[in-house]
Design a protein around this ligand. Sequence first.
Ligand code: 26Q
Length: 816
Amino acid sequence: MTATPRGQRKSAAATKLGTVPTALLRRIEREAGGAAAKAAPAAWMRAVAHACRAELAERLNETMQADRDSGAKRVHYLSMEFLMGRALANALAALGLDAPFRQAAEHAGVAAADVLEREPDAALGNGGLGRLAACFLDSLATLGVPSFGYGLRYRYGMFAQRIQDGRQVETPDDWLRLGDAWELPRPELRYPVGLGGHVASDEGLARRWVPAQTVYADAIDFIVPGHDTRRVAVLRQWQAAPANPIDYAAFSRGDHLGAAREKLEAESLNWVLYPDDSTQAGRELRLKQEFFLVSASLQDMLARHLAEHGTLDTLGDKASVHLNDTHPALAVPELMRLLVDEHGLGWDAAWAQTCKLVSYTNHTLMPEALETWPVRMFEQLLPRHLEIVYEINSRFLDLVRAKLPGDEALVRRVSLVEENGERRIKMAALSIVASHHVNGVSALHSELMVQTIFADYARIWPERFCNVTNGVTPRRWLAQANPTLAAVLDERLDGPAWRTDLDRLAQLAPLARDAGLQAEVRAAKRANKERLAALVRRELGVSIDPASLFDVQVKRIHEYKRQLLNLLHVVARYQAIVAEPNANWVPRTVVFAGKAASAYVAAKDIIRLIHDVARVVNSDPRVGDRLKLVFLPNYGVSLAETIMPAADLSEQISTAGTEASGTGNMKFALNGALTIGTWDGANIEMAQAVGREHFFIFGLSAEQVAQVRALGYDPRLHYEENARLKRVIDAIARGDFSPGEPERYRALVESLLKRDSYLLLADFHGYVEAQAAVDRAFIDTAAWDAKAILNIAGMGSFSSDRTIREYAARIWNVPA
Ligand code: 26Q
């Protein structure tokens, strides 16, 4: 095996059709039942995936054997979401099979790209939190950290988004229709999970849960390859199965639906991912899903520990349980129940182990997004767990009274039970109380976390709170998504090592003004822009000019992310172009993509307005190529892989203090886009790493936002004082973009003028100025290219490898 300049390992017989391609072709012929040349791309995709899976399964066995033998401490990463995307290109790269695959395809006359595109995205997540978990698995594997990711095998993942008459329509994402070529079922791993019922006491006063219903959790593994290592990570996903798949009595009465009730109920646990990151979906099914995930995962962890060590006394030394936000927070009472009720530990011993095991990452500061569950629902579904939560709470509140005596108001505030209105359990409080570490995901977010939402807990346990800034995997987000730029880096950074040592990007900084490097980076960007332009033409029938400035905002649609601020600028620019068509306009293409939660009306209005504005702008002959606006439907991991490498400008414009970190911001900069952004989340650390002068920063700081709000914010003042802003809002309010229905955006405009909860109007002026600075910078090509190179060079520390090393060292106490 030798490394080529592109970093792919070639087999010795790479030039002729070597043994690997021959084996691949045989496999395809076997699986597709005929000549490889005639097999459909989907059949190719499955066959190649199966070939990779066989190799990955071997590596998984090796990895697990090694961890058993060394008695290694393992990390258990519990998450309701893993937004994995496609796996084939990544597996081929990690296994060194990319070149053989391409050779085999070429030999058979099949387009490799067609095969790769047949793979459906595994979209088992909503957005940032889920994609972060996927990047973490890539880094856990690559760094060789003994670990398990635990999640649910959703039958339907994130909905597919279609646009009809400018409006979002959600359709089911049938990602398993072709069968998942990657799954490795583990029929030997099955655990019972109870629900409902009551609590009984035995003679010894021990309490024991008697569930009304039991389902089984079956394990299905998804293997994540490491890069530059034979080690792998595993994502273990749980599939629910009924204890009694058929009620024969009902069946023989002819009541077929009734006979299937238990089966249907069990399967509902895997039915669909909650597509809601905006509102607290107080739904019973969601609570059941959360419990199902944690119960199965913890039973699996305990079974393994007992098999390896024979005692639970060492559990906390050999395992770590990480909560990806509070969604798996039921792990705390479930672990206590398993240890105390099922394994006979005393409360104090069990609590000591639990606190040694658990850590928790918070991903949002917005109080309305903090998860709470009605006590009533909790009690119905999990009666024993409610008792345990009460016991945890009572001991915790005693501790608070002892530590900070005489402050009953504090005691009420920190209680795990919200007593105002309907009584509810506060999942963040539950997570904090049991965690040895609680972290935020950027420096600002972690600071605000202890100053605002968790201030009381930080007073009690200041040492418990810390920061671990997010990162992204350079394997997917640079090497795979941007092969043209990756080839430039391989050349300039002496080979492929940057893929697993991203700090090497810093070596580009001294070359930022090198005309040769600038030309190479520019050519790569141009190729990626042409690829995106082709996609836009295919999908939307709109032609966009690859020479124009590609200004891109792609992420979940949310008011706090302020897609609407971006759109206000687009309208302002449109009006200015119409007013002065002969001025020296820098041609721009504004690209949006993103999904709105199905119940989030304001977010859906924004999607509709983008389409309405796009129709008007794109068909106005006075505008021509000076401005184009496009919305690409069905944003997801795969679309991001095409869009991000093609961006010149990355829009990261959340109201300061609202975006916990952002990770798209990192992916864009890594691919040579410049950022226009607020002083928020990880934008701050990125700007510091790159140099503020190479960032377009605007708007109020988090502190100023808090001040403005405290003083009483009146958006109308900005509207009255800023003529440009007034023209924009008046045009929307008048129906300039919805002539058939002038009232269409009344609620949207009214909300802007009356509340403007995210201070768009306050930041509008600064934003428009920053956009003007972008235009000026873009026309100086050499200066722009230098900035792009410095952005790439500054991204070394935003690798998820760095993030995982920090978790390993500071939180999990495992080697990495
Ligand atoms: C909660 C209850 C019921 C149903 C759904 C939910 C739910 C689901 C998803 C609540 C929140 C989420 C997702 C949150 C999320 O993606 N947060 C993002 O996390 C990223 C990784 O840390 C950050 O970069 C982003 O700033 C943050 O918004």
